[in-house]
Write a protein that binds this ligand. Sequence first.
Ligand SMILES: [Zn+2]
Length: 106
Amino acid sequence: MLRFIMHYGIHFLVPIFVGWYCYKEYRLKAILILLLGIVIDIDHLLANPVFDPDRCSIGFHPLHSYWAIAIYFGLFFYKKTRIYGLALLIHILADVTDCFFLFQSK
Ligand SMILES: [Zn+2]
């Protein structure tokens, strides 16, 4: 249960929090972009089964691989694409937390 709360908490609450505090001039737009970080989960559709609660996404799905994460850091580095990198990194953070709980329960 804690794992579930942590995962969705990071997926939904962190973007709202970060958007609210870091992008005061255009809060709503920032929050929307940050929430859209969740779209990279579409790569789960390529996997079989599509959803497996016992699987760690990181390093498994193409958009959750280590080179993909490196690209997200690259996006974060440049001011123009920073918010997109941030959105994707928050997503990765949510998934990493999920994996952490997963490995701990094994
Ligand atoms: Zn994910």
